[in-house]
Ligand binder design. Sequence first.
Ligand SMILES: [Zn+2]
Length: 125
Amino acid sequence: MPRTDLDFDQFRKQLMEEREKALQSEHNADEIFDTSEEFETGELTTHDDHQADIATDLTNREQAVVLRDNIRHIIDQIDHALEKIDNGTYGICDDCGENIALERLEFEPYAAYCIKDQAKIEGTG
Ligand SMILES: [Zn+2]
């Protein structure tokens, strides 16, 4: 049974905003990635005094990859949460079927699990 204590429209709006932000961040990460690629194929290899720059650049690139992975993961979760709003299971734990605490949804509107099961999944509980 869909929860009656949640304002689904409000959460949907919030999720769409989060999704927009995530897409923007992904775009930014792509730019770091693309810039790094150009940088790497440039003339840098012939200049020893630029080694430090290359190292920094590679680190940025690695960070961009990790960032992109994280963002895609969040977008997946947001899409899943939007589906849950559509099929009336929003705010209900995917695992145990218990209600997810409102404070948790306010903090993380794309949460699909109650705090207990989230901890289990992440191996921290
Ligand atoms: Zn649960």
